[in-house]
Ligand binder design. Sequence first.
Ligand code: ADP
Ligand code: ADP
Ligand code: ZN
Length: 214
Amino acid sequence: MKLILLGPPGAGKGTQAEILSEKLNVKTISTGVMLRTAIKEKTELGETASRYINDGKLVPDDVMVGIVKERLSQKDCKNGFILDGFPRTIAQADALADAGIDIDKVLLIDVSDETVIKRLSGRRECSGCGTPYHVDFNPSEKDGVCDKCGGELICRKDDNEETIKNRLSIYHEQTEPIKAYYEKLGKLVAAKGREELKDTTQEVFAALGIGETK
Ligand code: ADP
Ligand code: ADP
Ligand code: ZN
């Protein structure tokens, strides 16, 4: 399964990607996690990326296309992958097609702008493995500590109200047109982002036509 997760920031893409990854036994490629790792490791990519991310702007297409193509060419993506956070522009979607990377389905998880703000203000992310949590809606077992790897949970720098608003308007302008792009190709399926995490998961599984969570 070669799957793209599409939706506004905070829709639950990372959260559902994690669940789908286990269920489908394919890797999740999250461009946000890749970029934040590069920033932490102070690489050249990280330096470029931080200039954009901190303002809630998109990293330029040529940079993103380069790293994603390289990542998808690795062995662990041979039998499929879940792309979380890419493509975010029509140019990025075109680049995938031009590279001969054939996508099976594009899953849209949609939530309102209002919900986005509520979700992102309480989001925490593991600094070790990138797993997302929420202080109220999806807390870790032990305060401030990742259930999976024991890493420290942090609040992302770009999850502040002003940057969230920038990210939302960029989403509506530059990323949302991707819906129509894949709809035309007959690849778009949609799940409603629900209040309860497990309800969203149910919608996601139904949209993809895969069996129940257990
Ligand atoms: P969110 O969880 O809010 O959807 P991500 O973790 O996917 O955000 O991405 C965080 C930031 O990284 C984005 O706001 C953007 O600056 C940058 N970024 C991630 N993926 C891309 C991409 N495909 N194209 C351009 N910029 C990207
Ligand atoms: P995205 O990757 O689309 O930016 P995340 O998966 O990081 O979104 O989720 C954003 C925030 O909302 C996180 O704090 C996450 O724990 C929380 N969250 C995800 N799905 C739900 C849901 N269905 N209901 C409530 N909170 C959720
Ligand atoms: Zn972790």
